[in-house]
Design a protein around this ligand. Structure first.
Ligand code: SF4
Length: 214
């Protein structure tokens, strides 16, 4: 896809979902953003929001979470799913923050990737929400689906999809590409039964063109 088409798609989605470009809600401290993002794997923001107050009132800092009893953490975060692994990750990450980063969340991709449970998607989200840095495009399930359907990428690996998207869009749009694609994925381009006839980018979309051919 050429960059003129990519920009047309961006503008069409921005026109359809202006709310996706509004400033982000306050997500708390950088530590809370990091831990919440790790907990959000394979679940919804709502389910993380439901456990976050209990978790952060009991363990407000990396130092306190580093020394937590894993059973207690598992009990608090149980409803977010994959709670054994998530509890292990957030305790181990907190230990590293306390030991190596003076209790602060680091603000670079390279450093964030040293933390357990943190891959590029999580690191991109933490950089964007806690530091307003766009070092890449967080590729979640919505971004992945839409990039594939429209034809931005033929890859299935999120890191390669990110590489394709960042190769086509200028850096200043990376954060907005993420929020627009997520909003579009929830509103119209859903995993099952995308509502293509109502879609503002259907003329540019490979999936829609193939539907018409079929
Ligand atoms: S035309 Fe359909 S598949 Fe393509 S982006 Fe729009 S909703 Fe998704």
């Amino acid at each position: 896809m050429n960059s003129a088409t990519a920009l047309r798609i961006f503008r069409a989605l921005a026109g359809r979902y202006p709310e996706a470009l509004e400033p982000d809600r306050d997500r708390g401290s950088s530590f809370q953003v990091l831990i919440s993002t790790v907990l959000s794997a394979q679940t919804t923001d709502r389910s993380v929001d439901a456990v976050a107050p209990a978790l952060f009132s009991r363990f407000p800092t990396p130092q306190s979470l580093a020394g937590a009893d894993i059973g207690e953490i598992e009990e608090i975060i149980h409803s977010t799913g994959f709670f054994h692994m998530k509890a292990r990750h957030i305790i181990a990450a907190s230990r590293i923050l306390a030991r190596d980063f003076g209790g602060e969340v680091p603000g670079t991709m390279e450093e964030l990737l040293t933390l357990p449970g943190v891959g590029r998607k999580t690191a991109n989200i933490v950089l964007a929400h806690a530091f307003h840095i766009h070092d890449g495009i967080a590729v979640d399930t919505h971004v992945k689906r839409i990039a594939g359907r429209i034809g931005f990428s033929d890859e299935t690996d999120p890191d390669r999809i990110e590489r394709d998207l960042t190769g086509i869009y200028p850096r200043e749009l990376w954060g907005s590409v993420n929020t627009l694609f997520i909003t579009h994925g929830r509103a119209l381009c859903t995993a099952r039964n995308p509502r293509c006839p109502e879609c503002p980018v259907r003329r540019e979309c490979r999936y829609f063109r193939n539907l018409k051919k079929g």
